[in-house]
Design a protein around this ligand. Structure first.
Ligand SMILES: Cc1ncc(COP(=O)(O)O)c(C=O)c1O
Length: 420
């Protein structure tokens, strides 16, 4: 049905293409091959490219360049944040285990290292459950979970599957007040992988000590960075070697990719309001189109959805502007995506879950059974998604779910078609 057209990509939470400005910066800096640690001209030139990118990333977060540490990506940034908190605690507390607070909807790049360090008897972890039906963690529940041994709170800014924003700023500002009276200060970390490039992120406003930055989620290369306020007080390195990144992360810098990350950050600094507006406009067009074609079921519980019925949670102020996680009655998400593979490229959850078992994130976020969670497809739009792309996806979905006649009817009459 889609002729020569390529399937519409609606999986921008999994990864984004590289922006042309980013590609240009990378290509230009492939020639900038000197070692930034060398004192002669080509080394200095490479160092200045790294310095420029550091400033660009800092500016994107309203931060200082000295607070940015380049890493290989989000997974490494999260590990660096966690191991720093654990090792810092252990330096002054040899008899007790550090305690870390997080939620039960974090990305595996947080939960897996935490589980590993728990198994190694290096820390204890509290996984505060989000409130079912909202996908959001309760501020008081997080504060109630704090202990004298708590050395870190790590809470993602937005979930990659549901698109739900967590109340990170409120939580961090309360903990900052508590920290004034605590001998063991709690480090505040947020994984902002899904938010940077979609909504404005300001390190100062969030009151975070550490923020994870992931290039390929905002049209940059597959490297990342960790924002860390006063890193000399906080960072305990994982990698030792040539003392690059002021010793916080040894290893000769990947200059071309770092320059690309800087260019991606520059685009965000210059255009974030426009990006947010566009993403929301297209995502809302998708939502409205789904409501025109299918029957939206408003229910916090777990009803059995009929074919032609859809469900989602949409709370504007608590959501990424680009994401709609949709449950389709009568189909499993995997089945629906397989049937529509010529029209739509999306996923049933995080990329690493695709094709696997039901997403625990959805089960923890909503009041749904496994069947409900398995009927879910994550649709996430990007900078280049147009309304015409959404129309194609909507037609494809309606054709599959309701039959071709219903597609024509809904187009002609522009009215709600609830069933085939
Ligand atoms: C919220 C979140 N954190 C961390 C990561 C990990 O990033 P990477 O796989 O690039 O290391 C991702 C990527 O899917 C993510 O969505």
């Amino acid at each position: 049905m889609s002729g020569d057209l390529k399937p519409v990509y609606l999986d921008y939470n999994a990864t984004t293409p590289i922006a042309s400005e980013v590609q240009a910066a990378i290509i230009e800096n492939l020639d900038n091959w000197g070692n930034p640690s060398s004192s002669y001209a080509i080394g200095k030139r490479a160092k200045s490219a790294v310095d420029k990118a550091r400033s660009q990333i800092a500016e994107m977060l309203d931060a200082q360049a000295v607070d940015i540490i380049f890493t290989s990506g989000g997974t490494e940034s999260n590990h660096l944040a966690i191991t720093s908190a654990i090792n810092k605690y252990r330096e002054s507390n040899t008899n007790t285990l550090p305690h870390i607070v997080t939620t039960n909807v974090e990305h595996p790049a947080i939960t897996q290292p935490l589980r590993h360090y728990e198994e190694q008897n290096m820390c204890n972890v509290t996984y505060v459950p989000v409130v079912k039906g909202t996908g959001r963690v309760n501020v008081t529940a997080v504060l109630d979970s704090l202990q004298p041994r708590t050395c870190m709170v790590t809470i993602m800014l937005a979930n990659n599957e549901t698109g739900i924003l967590q109340p990170v700023q409120q939580i961090f500002s309360e903990i900052r007040k508590l920290n004034l009276t605590r001998s063991e200060k709690i480090l505040l970390h947020t994984d902002a992988a899904q938010v940077i490039g979609k909504l404005k992120v300001s390190a100062g406003e969030l009151q975070a000590d550490m923020i994870t930055i992931v290039g390929h989620k905002f049209y940059g290369p597959r490297i990342g960075a960790l924002y860390c306020r006063n890193p000399q007080n906080i960072i305990r390195p994982m990698f030792f070697g040539g003392n690059q990144e002021r010793g916080f992360r040894s290893g000769t810098e990947n200059v071309a990719m770092i320059a690309g990350l800087g260019a991606a950050a520059q685009l965000v600094t210059d255009n974030i309001d426009g990006y947010t507006k566009h993403l929301k406009n297209v995502r809302d067009y998708l939502r409205d189109g789904l409501m025109t074609r299918f029957q939206l079921v408003l229910n916090e519980e777990d009803p059995k959805l009929e074919r032609g019925e859809v469900m989602w949670r949409y709370v504007d102020s608590h959501m990424l502007p680009n994401t709609l996680s949709v449950r389709f009655g009568g189909f499993s998400g995997n089945q629906l995506l397989a049937e529509l593979s010529d029209t739509l490229q999306a996923s049933t959850g995080a990329a690493c879950h695709s094709g696997g078992s039901v997403s625990q994130i959805l089960l923890n976020s909503w009041n749904w059974s496994e069947e409900g969670a398995s009927q879910t497809v994550r649709l996430s739009v990007g900078r280049e998604t147009r309304r015409s792309d959404i129309d194609r996806v909507l037609d494809g979905l309606a054709g599959l779910i309701l039959g071709d006649e219903a597609v024509t009817l809904s187009r002609l009459k522009g009215r709600i078609v609830t069933n085939a």
